[in-house]
Design a protein around this ligand. Structure first.
Ligand SMILES: N[C@@H](CCC(=O)N[C@@H](CS)C(=O)NCC(=O)O)C(=O)O
Length: 215
């Protein structure tokens, strides 16, 4: 097996790449990294000095691929499956990449700000930053509620990189900043994501760890 994914089953950006791997039906070896273990931290840091996962290693080419979006681009280029994660049509590809960035930067990152703040010592918290993060999520929900109206998936009828990004971002954002009744488009989109077999599998694998989520 040539692909190895360094990951943790609870880590939201790892979910994004796991969904893509399952969509691509690409065989890979999952290597769980426990950041509480110094030797395992070293393993990850040797691969990617920023010590962030996911990291994909292609044993055939020796290529080390960090960053969830880049991993998905790598899969789409080198291990394509039935799901066209990055559309061949350039206009559709731009929309997919735009929404991938949008979910990461406008939903996922402010959600992480909320979670990261909970993990800080009480005297190092940043309540104003967390308030700004919640306002950012609210604006993102506004934009998405309009943009995704009438679409089955993020860019339309086909499941892409944007949906891989959306699933963990929206799942965890909904935990810290719940979708209300005024968000019917996003609420039903999140339900469709949960029903998608790739995400259902990732979620089932994460379930034993979900009680560690500090949200
Ligand atoms: N932009 C990166 C973000 C990766 C990221 O933030 N990963 C988190 C887990 S979801 C992580 O490694 N956290 C460990 C840490 O920051 O110590 C990507 O898209 O892969």
């Amino acid at each position: 097996m040539s692909l190895t994914l360094y990951y943790h089953p609870l880590a939201s950006y790892c979910w994004k790449t796991l969904i893509a791997l399952y969509e691509a039906e690409a065989p890979f070896e999952p290597r769980l990294i426990d950041l509480g273990d110094a030797a395992q931290r070293d393993t990850l840091t040797r691969l990617w000095p920023l010590m962030k996962f996911p990291v994909l290693v292609d044993g055939q080419t020796g290529q080390v691929v960090p960053e969830s979006s880049i991993i998905i681009e790598y899969l789409a280029a080198h291990h394509p499956g039935r799901t066209e994660l990055v559309p061949a049509d350039p206009t559709a590809a731009l929309e997919a990449r735009l929404l991938d960035r949008f979910f990461d930067q406008q939903v996922h990152e402010p959600m992480q700000k909320h979670v990261g703040d909970k993990l800080r010592p009480a005297d190092k918290r940043d309540p104003f930053g967390v308030e700004q993060a919640h306002a950012q999520i609210e604006t993102a929900y506004d934009v998405l509620e309009q943009r995704l109206a009438g679409r089955a998936w993020a860019i339309g009828d086909t499941f892409t990189i944007a949906d891989c990004a959306a699933a963990p971002a929206l799942y965890y954002a909904n935990r810290v900043h719940p979708l209300t009744a005024s968000r019917p488009v996003l609420t039903s989109y999140l339900q469709r994501l949960h029903a998608r077999p790739s995400f259902a599998r990732v979620f089932a694998e994460a379930e034993p760890y979900l009680h560690f989520f500090p949200g």
